[in-house]
Design a protein around this ligand. Structure first.
Ligand code: GLV
Ligand code: MN
Length: 195
């Protein structure tokens, strides 16, 4: 989904003082082989979050050689029952490969149709750009999924934290009306997302 690049590569200068769409390139003379490699071999620590989840991104911010190439990956590790909660990527379609676990993958279309399947290692899925989706490890052991994106910075909108954890907070009169619940319920959810 990103624009085409105009040169072989443009390793990002993440600290450049000018601001453009994407990042300026570091000089080619400063580029070395190590810029083009990134280690996703380490299992993330999942048991520190309620979600029992760890996402290790390989996007332009962590892997600057991706700048302008229109591609990125994540390593997603799940403990038993781990959940990657409903979210969307405004700038990319997502494809995922299950390495470990039994992974329930679901997404909902703009017509509000829900599609889902439980995947086992070796199986892949696709989430069309922008649609709300989740993955949950429904197996008894750990789970691992590698996801890929057609953007160097897919972006992520996590519905729970977007609606109930923004700073400053979204007004209760909006959330109570939207979800047809009272203030106590909205406050209770907000308290869990730091807003
Ligand atoms: C999974 O949905 C991911 O965004 O990596
Ligand atoms: Mn995703």
């Amino acid at each position: 989904a990103d624009p085409d690049s105009l040169q072989d590569f443009c390793v990002a200068d993440l600290n450049a003082s000018i601001s453009i769409n994407g990042f300026p390139c570091i000089p080619a003379s400063k580029v070395s082989a190590s810029d083009f490699f990134f280690d996703l071999s380490k299992e993330g620590i999942t048991n520190t979050s309620n979600l029992n989840l760890s996402v290790t991104p390989a996007n332009v911010l962590s892997f600057p050689a991706l700048n302008t190439l229109g591609i990125a990956m994540n390593r997603v590790d799940y403990g038993p029952g781990g959940l990657n909660p409903p979210h969307s990527h405004p700038r990319a379609t997502e494809m995922g490969l299950v390495i470990k676990g039994r992974i329930l993958v679901g997404f909902v279309t703009t017509s509000n149709v829900y599609y889902s399947k439980v995947l086992t290692p070796g199986e892949i899925f696709v989430i069309p750009r922008g649609l709300v989706h989740f993955q949950k490890n429904v197996g008894k052991g750990k789970g691992t999924v590698f996801t890929s994106f057609n953007s160097h910075m897919p972006g992520v909108v996590i519905l729970s934290t977007t609606l109930f954890g923004s700073q400053p907070p979204m007004p209760n009169e909006v959330l109570t009306q939207a979800f047809q619940v009272d203030d106590a319920i909205v406050n209770s959810i907000k308290s869990k997302f730091g807003s």
